[in-house]
Design a protein around this ligand. Structure first.
Ligand code: FAD
Ligand code: SF4
Length: 518
């Protein structure tokens, strides 16, 4: 008879988590389940489904090697009769079976689920089974949900900087005698360049993890059962064990961290990884501890292997943005999901699922997303996200796409980035102004416009770049609302200089773009 049922969710694959505190292998059982709904509630990319299932199976096998009992439900290629459709149903079925076979467990134990929907499902299942549920704190993060709530209380505006600096002080990250290393908190001025016209040159290829037998079994399952889902598994090489994740971290620190900051915002077509770490998926699934990631980057700088601006730029993403968005998520859920400050209502253009478009930048970003389940931050924010914002896509449709197509997509980090940072649908909680720009921004940061049939400088006419047309239309449409925002003054002044005939032509062309792509 199990004493505790310890629930390990697909993004909680951490043997040292609080769920295992006091674990008694003689009396406790770990419960894990693969359920179809987790792959279908948004129309998940095949690589996203595969990376979760493969990592879960490896975690299960590691527990079994430790002689820990694991109650594990595998998905089968052909759905079994009475297969539980949801996580709550799977848990309820297991608990009912346990009750029938023997006396039920004393209680259920889980670490704070990362997603509001899943937290509610686990609570409901425990209640339905009449069992106490102990929710333990998630030690993976540097800060707790409660600490963020305390930080947010009484503030008119939430800003990353005010959250990031105290965290660095508290954990002594990049600090020298109580001062920020190098005398500055932020080295953005030295970061965020574009590549020269000749391109990035030879880039260090990231370490790959060839699928083993367990992962190959998952790839076969996904290709068969989720055949109609977007994306491909042809290039699947993501880390699915803690050992892989550590090797991926070592590889990044040695080969890509030194130029991470300088080219953080650069885009180059056909080059999906550039100097990015590719570590979000491993961290989000708990295969990698963010403390090791941050310590590794700081060590690289202290040993002279990476410049300070690269280490700080990278550490800011992990101890700053990653913690901050989690705080925003839990502070404002569940109503955050429905925010729509700009009243955007268009459907998501189909090109997001196919990559079939004559816009070079979008074809490249969506194409690599479908091929690998990955795009780097600036592609997400300033290509796919920017286009959806300017097009006026309903933020919830944009959210469903981002949650579906990336291997690192989990709602607590995806939602604030999409609803807040990228679509400005939260009205300014995450970002102090909308990230809106013409095609000229993409031209400056990438080579995409060189080979494109559109001209980023033109807003009307047959060669007008759709980004540029939609940008002016966006400002004109939201002029009144954005006028309250001081940081928009310059951009609104520019649209104010356009005469009525220009604005009419832009509106006509923007309508035509929307009609063509809807
Ligand atoms: P790197 O560029 O190497 O950055 C290092 C690490 O910093 C990342 O691994 C990540 O853990 C963290 N990080 C960087 N930027 C952010 C950010 N804005 N918010 C939180 N953490 C950050 N990230 C996810 O992990 N999951 C998502 O579902 C997700 N959805 C996004 C949706 C949109 C619309 C946008 C604009 C961003 C999203 N991000 C998401 C943030 C960021 O784009 C990814 O973390 C990053 O691209 C992952 O690639 P990487 O590991 O190579 O990151
Ligand atoms: Fe994208 Fe416009 Fe540049 Fe073409 S011209 S690549 S559509 S920004």
């Amino acid at each position: 008879m199990p004493r505790h049922i310890v629930i390990a969710l697909g993004d909680q694959l951490d043997r040292s988590s609080a769920a295992f505190d006091g674990f008694d292998a003689a009396r406790d059982t770990v419960w894990m389940a693969e359920v179809a709904e987790e792959s279908t509630h948004v129309w998940s990319h095949k690589a996203r489904i595969a990376v979760f299932l493969a990592a879960m199976r490896h975690f299960r096998d590691a527990l079994l090697r430790e002689r820990i009992a694991v109650d594990y439900t595998e998905l089968a290629i052909t759905p079994r009769p009475q297969e539980p459709a949801t996580l709550a149903a799977a848990l309820a079925a297991s608990l009912a079976r346990l009750k029938k076979e023997q006396a039920g467990p004393e209680k259920l134990v889980v670490v704070e689920p990362g997603e509001w929907r899943v937290q509610e499902a686990v609570r409901a299942a425990a209640q339905a089974a009449g069992l106490p549920l102990e929710i333990r704190p998630d030690r993976h993060f540097f800060s707790s949900r409660e600490e963020f709530a305390a930080h947010a209380t009484g503030r008119k505006q939430l800003r990353l900087e005010y959250f990031y600096r105290p965290l660095r002080e508290k954990f002594g990250v990049l600090m020298d005698d109580g001062e920020p290393a190098g005398g500055q908190w932020n080295y953005d001025a030295e970061n965020r360049g574009a590549f020269p016209k000749t391109g990035p040159g030879k880039l260090p290829a990231p370490v790959r993890f060839a699928p083993d037998a367990t992962t190959r079994g998952v790839l076969d399952l996904v290709n068969a059962r989720f055949a109609k889902h977007p994306g491909s598994l042809a290039h699947f090489d993501w880390p699915v064990t803690p050992a892989h994740a550590q090797a991926a971290l070592d590889d990044f620190l040695s080969h890509r961290l030194p130029l991470f900051g300088r080219y953080q915002d650069a885009i180059w077509t056909g080059e999906p990884w550039l100097y990015h770490s590719r570590l979000a998926q491993a961290m989000n699934m708990r295969l990698l501890d963010p403390r090791d990631v941050v310590a590794g980057a700081e060590r690289a700088w202290r040993q002279g292997k990476a410049p300070l601006e690269a280490a700080e730029g990278f550490i800011r993403q992990v101890i700053g943005w990653r913690e901050y968005v989690r705080g925003v998520y839990w502070q404002f859920m569940p109503e955050y999901l429905d925010r729509n400050a700009l009243n955007a209502a268009m459907p998501l253009p189909n090109l997001y699922w196919t990559g079939d478009t004559d816009m070079n930048c979008l074809r490249d970003a969506v194409g690599q997303t479908l091929a690998y389940g990955y795009a780097h931050h600036i592609q997400r924010l300033m290509v796919t996200g920017l286009f959806a914002l300017l097009f006026g896509v309903a933020p919830q449709r944009v959210h469903e796409w981002y949650l579906a197509v990336y291997v690192d997509a989990v709602e607590w980090v995806e939602l604030p980035n999409t609803i807040g940072m990228s679509q400005f649908a939260d009205g300014g909680v995450m970002a102090s102004k909308p990230y809106c720009a013409t095609g000229a921004y993409i031209d400056r940061m990438s080579n995409a416009c060189k080979g494109c049939r559109y001209d980023p400088k033109q807003s009307t006419g047959p060669d007008a770049c759709p980004f540029t047309t939609l940008y002016w239309d966006f400002l004109a449409r939201h002029q009144k609302l954005l006028a309250k925002n001081q940081r928009m003054t310059m951009q609104l002044k520019n649209v104010g200089r356009k005469d009525a005939a220009d604005l009419r032509a832009i509106r006509r062309q923007a309508d035509a773009v929307r009609e063509r792509l809807s």
